[in-house]
Design a protein around this ligand. Structure first.
Ligand code: AOF
Ligand code: ZN
Length: 381
């Protein structure tokens, strides 16, 4: 990192506004850029003639992670990049990949000022991108809306910091704090608006995870059902250490359309394994936690991180949720409280609203129809 902050230029009046627009634009490809973060770049010209500055080029990290955002924005701006300011939601890269470093590309294109948001922990960048820009004579203003930009790339940052994917745990709670009724399949707790919000999060997440109990009980689809966004369904991970899933379940039947991973012990029934493999399911091996006899989650999370998964949405059930919480593996907790009551026979949520409020800062609080949506930052990583 560059130690001396005096090398950087101060923020200008329009900076936050354009950075906020860039951060919104970067959301377009969140969950679709592999191990690469989804970054956006806006090239902005101020002619200095009293007219407001205007955007002449925009780019977002392409599907799969390449090309980087800067390449698209510079190509769109063409000669108009000369003398312009670039707003980049992540420090521009400094390493040679399939293309030369983005920081160099910005210098070569004649950009005179770069405003960046999040810092890049990738050791190939980590301050070196800003250094290239400064050495090229550009003005650099870092950390503008850095926290907001970091939200978009939370999984990427967690993977760099902790060697595992970022984890969001989401639960729908009844008014009396229950998440369902045993033996009843899916109980409708929340309404259409918050359900659509959940699907939006699915679209922005690499993989969705549930336990075999929930899979057997609910036979869910675990896809993104927002209109026009079905191609954004995340991969599915089902924790089924003893292979209880059967080939006629929805997730197994659709395994050829949406990547589906089953986490199983190495000694699980080979015949059941063969039947699932035949249907297109892939397997992830796991260890046993010597204390509980269950799947060792921290090790599994590291293994999933190593396969390139950067974000996971854990959606059920109670046992899996409490294991994630107990192991300190939840980065963000979403509790959606619906208007219905389930009653004493219902399954209690492993963490209720009152406890969550006590333990974690509330970062989002919204009302969707009859539902309350609460998001907590568990800040473990
Ligand atoms: C940028 N702009 O749009 C993105 C960046 O595998 P590679 O060569 O694509 O490099 C991946 C690294 O590139 C990643 O870890 C992060 O440091 C940076 N991502 N950088 O300048 C972009 N997505
Ligand atoms: Zn780059």
């Amino acid at each position: 990192m560059i130690a001396d902050p005096s090398v950087f230029s101060p923020e200008q009046p329009y900076d936050r506004r354009f950075m906020a627009a860039a951060i919104r634009y970067a959301r377009r490809n969140v969950g679709r850029t592999g191990t690469n973060p989804s970054v956006a770049t806006l090239i902005v010209r101020d002619e200095g003639d009293g007219r407001p500055p205007r955007i002449v080029g925009r780019g977002v990290t392409a599907l799969g992670g390449r090309p980087h955002a800067e390449a698209g924005a510079l190509a769109e701006a063409g000669e108009l990049a000369r003398g312009a300011t670039a707003y980049v939601t992540l420090e521009p890269c400094a390493h040679h990949g399939r293309t030369p470093p983005c920081a160099e590309a910005l210098v070569t294109a004649g950009i005179t000022r770069v405003v960046s948001a999040a810092s890049d922990p990738d050791p190939r960048v980590d301050g070196k991108g800003h250094r290239i820009l400064l050495d090229g004579g550009l003005k650099v203003t870092p950390k503008v809306l850095a926290e907001e930009a970091a939200r978009n790339i939370a999984g990427y940052l967690t993977r760099h910091r902790s060697g595992r994917p970022g984890v969001t745990l989401k639960m729908a709670l009844s008014r009396d704090g229950r998440i369902g009724l045993r033996g009843e399949g899916q109980v409708k707790i929340t309404g259409p608006i918050s359900n659509a919000q959940t699907h939006l999060i699915r679209a922005q997440t690499d993989a969705i995870m549930i336990g075999a109990g929930t899979a057997l009980e609910d036979d869910p689809r675990l896809d993104c059902r927002l209109p026009g966004m079905s191609d954004r369904s995340p991969a599915r991970i089902i924790l089924d250490p003893n292979l209880r899933l059967s080939p006629d379940m929805t997730v197994v039947r659709t395994a050829r359309d949406t990547p589906t991973f089953v986490v199983a012990f190495a000694d699980a029934d080979p015949e059941r394994r063969a039947a699932l493999a035949e249907a297109g399911v892939s397997f992830v091996a796991c260890d046993t936690d010597p204390e509980t006899g269950r799947v060792a989650l921290p090790e599994l999370m590291e293994d999933l991180g190593a396969t390139g998964i950067t974000s996971i949405l854990v959606e059920g059930g109670a046992e899996l949720a409490s294991s994630f919480l107990a192991d300190g593996l939840v980065d963000r907790l979403i509790l959606v409280q619906g208007g219905i009551e389930i009653g004493e026979a219902g399954i209690l949520a492993p963490v209720g609203l009152a406890e969550a409020r006590q333990r974690f800062p509330l970062v989002r609080d919204q009302r969707f129809g009859d539902d309350h949506w609460y998001e907590f930052d568990c800040g473990v990583a």
